[in-house]
Design a protein around this ligand. Structure first.
Ligand SMILES: CC(C)(COP(=O)(O)OP(=O)(O)OC[C@H]1O[C@@H](n2cnc3c(N)ncnc32)[C@H](O)[C@@H]1OP(=O)(O)O)[C@@H](O)C(=O)NCCC(=O)NCCS
Length: 153
C-alpha cells in the first residue's frame, strides 16, 4: 500500500486505554503473545511504548526499554491485516529516532530465527547479528533460540 493509501497515520504514546486493542492484535500476530500483565509491567517500569494509528485504529505498536548505554526493543508488532504496507518500517524509524534522542549508543533486540519478516526488516535497517540466546523462546515442540541483533546509533 502506498503512503497515501495508509490514510492519516500517527505514532503516539501507548495509554492504558489502548491495551484492549493492543492485546487483540498481539494474540493475532504472535504464536506466544504477551499478556496484559506483560504490557502493564512494561508501562509501569518506565519502558517507552507507542501505538501507530491509522485514522483512529491501532495498526501497530512497539515497546522499548531504556537501559544505561543501550535501548532494548522488546516488542514490535503490526496487525496482520496491515502487514507488508510499510508500518514496520515506520515504527522502526521512529524508534531509532527516539533512541538517538536519548543519546543511546546502540539498540538491541531478540528475534526468532524462524521469523523471516522481522529478520528481513531488521537487516534492512542496519541491525547485525551479535549472538544467540539458546532456548530463549517457547516454541511448539520445546524451545527456540533467539538471535540477538544490534544497531549502532
Ligand atoms: C515483522 C513486522 C513487524 C514487519 O512489519 P510490516 O509492517 O509487515 O513490515 P513493512 O511492510 O514495513 O516491511 C518492511 C520490510 O520488512 C521485511 N518484511 C516484511 N514482511 C515480510 C515478509 N512477509 N517476508 C519477508 N520480508 C518481509 C521486508 O524486508 C520489508 O521491506 P520490503 O517491503 O522493501 O521488502 C510484522 O511482520 C509483524 O508484526 N510480525 C508479527 C510480530 C513479530 O514477529 N514482530 C517482531 C518480533 S522480533
Amino acid at each position: 500500500m502506498s503512503a497515501a493509501g495508509r490514510g492519516l497515520s500517527a505514532i503516539e504514546p501507548m495509554r492504558l486505554e489502548d491495551l484492549e486493542d493492543v492485546l487483540a492484535i498481539e494474540r493475532l500476530a504472535h504464536p506466544f503473545p504477551w499478556t496484559a500483565a506483560n504490557f502493564a509491567d512494561s508501562l509501569a517500569s518506565g519502558c517507552g511504548a507507542w501505538v501507530l494509528r491509522i485514522e483512529a485504529a491501532i495498526a501497530g505498536y512497539a515497546v522499548m526499554m531504556f537501559a544505561p548505554g543501550e535501548v532494548h526493543l522488546l516488542n514490535l508488532t503490526v496487525t496482520p491485516a496491515r502487514q507488508r504496507c510499510g508500518m514496520g518500517r515506520m515504527l522502526i524509524e521512529y524508534l531509532l529516532a527516539v533512541a538517538r534522542g536519548r543519546a543511546a549508543p546502540r539498540m538491541l533486540l531478540e528475534v526468532r530465527p524462524s521469523n523471516v519478516p522481522a529478520l528481513s526488516l531488521y537487516h534492512d535497517w542496519g541491525f547485525e547479528r551479535i549472538g544467540v540466546r539458546r532456548g530463549y523462546y517457547p516454541a511448539g515442540a520445546g524451545r527456540e533460540d533467539a538471535i540477538v541483533m544490534e544497531r549502532r546509533l
